[in-house]
Design a protein around this ligand. Structure first.
Ligand code: ASP
Length: 579
């Protein structure tokens, strides 16, 4: 028996007059004055079936039972639709299948949710993921993901990169998250860590002479889930020996160019803009600036140095945003609340009315040159950030994003990519009172910044970069330390004791000591890329089987309780009974 001659979504007017068989899911079923219409659906689309009781009495009888999501097999003749019934929005909209025989292949109970229903509870969706995945949006996401990964592999492989698999059961790699641990039965009391990234393996592969490595690698990070984080994510992971920054950037640009061209038919325009981290923070208040709109942060620290306005005079940094809207007092109070949530003490402002006149409680303190600098178009508002540069950048950066969204300033059709370079090497952790690596501990300092590691570690820049697209961090990487003594020095700065260095990273130090080439690389988040490429809002819907916010899979019930026998074998005793 033949299931189908074509996919449902593939039938066109060329098939008119032909007899064909189609199989698929019941998308909709409509009764119309004696005729029954069924949209039969598969991955390629839908085809309209017409069941006429005179032509096919048995098939017609069968239609009474059919509900949405029943699987059917239909045989009949492709005919042209009457002119008034043509649906120009559907690729199959010119034809329909006049059914002669219809078979119910599989049944389906009333659905827990309709496929076209919006805002369905996520747990319900994930528990019934087989239904959820039949939705158009998810079918598109998953297919787009496969297409994108295919293009990536082709571009990278044609540049001479080898796909090398690295272990899932490994040792902790510090990427800043908690590790997922796996108990080792054969070595009771010991644990493997699932890779947060293949970072150290890929470095070892360079030391081992493989020169150009890539992998579509699954990575595990036991993080508290936020909207833009996953515990189980996929990276395009890349490493090269004897790296040259321009060469690496241009390969990655070619790859993205090919992805956008082949998946969307959009031409990107490499080379992408490059911007230092300092500049991104100053002008956009973010290390992942969204360049689809202007609304740039402006600098006033110099101009306000001797200000009569006490707040401006005593802080190291004053910057401002000129927003093209005349805000009311009520609006400004709300914006101040928002600014405070991001760490501001308050929100000074000047409103320029339609008459062009400035209004502000701080006006009387401002000098002519200050007023000159802030002067803006009638019908606009200047919002100030004053304080430590990091806080000012954060507050104004967040305001910039929020207001651009509210005022509709974002060009939703634009694609704006840039490289953010020269990240700081270290950041001070107030809680633990020590330096943390901004990227990871294997990143090398920028050329000429080695000495700063001793004299002024906070000022040292790293040879690290991110690729940002439409305000999303798509990828990041760095050139690595290949000198064992420099690596040790950085470990010391991070207060990793010599014993810990040996126990955690002894293999890396040994490998670095045996002829390590200079090397560097990058990793892209496949899910983040897909989110941007597919305009998908929900990071989890870029994966076929994601976990929910609580890190659980409502479909399979993972994580589940372990069999006490397994735990005994592993030498593990839960301290709290499982819930
Ligand atoms: N391992 C890094 C990460 O996962 C990327 C890299 O440095 O290549 O972010």
């Amino acid at each position: 028996m033949k299931w189908r001659d074509l996919m449902c979504g593939e039938v066109r007017s060329e098939q008119i007059g032909k007899r064909i068989t189609l199989s698929g899911w019941t998308d909709t079923r409509r009764d119309h004055g004696g005729l029954v219409f069924i949209d039969l659906r598969d991955r390629a689309g839908v085809c309209q079936l017409v069941i006429n009781p005179e032509r096919a009495p048995e098939a017609f009888a069968a239609t009474h039972e059919i509900r949405n999501e029943f699987v059917l097999r239909a045989e009949g003749e492709v005919v042209a639709r009457a002119p008034e019934a043509v649906n120009p929005k559907l690729p199959t909209g010119e034809i329909e299948l006049q059914v002669d025989s219809l078979e119910i292949v599989s049944r389906c109970p009333p659905l827990p949710f309709q496929l076209d229903e919006e805002n369905v509870d996520e747990t319900l969706r994930l528990r019934n993921r087989w239904l959820d995945l039949r939705r158009d949006r998810l079918q598109k996401n998953i297919a787009l993901r496969a297409q994108m990964v295919g293009v990536i592999r082709r571009v990278i492989e044609s540049a001479g990169f080898l796909d090398i698999q690295t272990p899932i059961l490994g040792k902790p790699t510090p990427e800043g998250a908690r590790d997922f641990l796996v108990p080792a039965r054969l070595q009771p009391g010991r644990f493997y860590a699932l890779p947060q990234s293949p970072q150290l393996y890929k470095q070892i592969l360079m030391i081992a002479g493989f020169d150009r490595y890539y992998q579509i690698a699954v990575c595990f990070r036991d993080e508290d889930l936020r909207a833009d984080r996953l515990q189980e994510l996929t990276q395009l992971d890349v490493e090269v020996a004897f790296p040259d920054l321009d060469g690496l950037f241009s390969l990655m640009e070619r790859m993205l160019e090919a992805v956008w061209r082949e998946c969307l038919g959009v031409e990107l325009e490499p080379p992408f803009l490059r911007m230092s981290w300092d500049e991104a923070m100053a002008r956009y208040g973010s290390d992942k600036p969204d360049l689809r709109f202007a609304l740039e942060i402006e600098e006033a620290s110099e101009a306000t140095r001797g200000s009569e306005f006490g707040v401006f005079a005593k802080v190291p940094c004053v910057r401002f945003l000129r927003v093209p809207k005349e805000y009311s007092r009520g609006d400004l109070a709300k914006l101040e609340e928002f600014a405070k949530e991001w760490g501001a003490g308050g929100l000074a402002y000047i409103v320029y009315g339609e008459d062009g006149e400035p209004r502000s409680p701080i006006l009387k303190f401002l000098s002519e040159p200050e007023l000159e600098l802030f002067r803006s178009e009638p019908g606009s508002t200047v919002l100030f950030g004053a304080g430590e540069p990091a806080m000012v950048a954060r507050v104004l950066g967040q305001l910039r994003l929020k207001l651009a969204g509210e005022l509709g300033l974002i060009d939703e059709d634009a694609w704006r990519f840039l490289w953010v370079t020269d990240f700081p090497m270290l950041e001070w952790d107030e809680e633990t009172e020590r330096w943390d690596a901004v990227h990871h501990p294997f990143t090398r300092p920028a050329v000429g910044h080695e000495a700063l590691l001793e004299s002024d570690p906070g000022a040292a820049k790293a040879l690290a970069y991110d690729l940002v697209g439409n305000g999303v961090e798509l990828g990041g990487g760095s050139f690595r330390i290949y000198e064992p003594d420099l690596q040790q020095k950085v470990f010391e700065l991070l207060r990793i004791s010599p014993e810990e260095q040996r126990s955690k990273f002894g293999f890396l130090l040994d490998a670095l000591s045996m002829g390590a080439p200079p090397h560097g690389g990058i990793a892209f988040g496949i899910e983040r890329l897909l989110m941007v490429l597919g305009h998908e809002q929900n990071l989890r819907d870029t994966q076929a089987f994601p976990k929910n916010q609580a890190g659980a899979d409502p479909m399979t019930g993972a994580p589940s309780n372990a069999d006490p026998k397994n735990l005994r074998e592993l030498g593990i005793k839960p301290i709290a009974p499982p819930t």
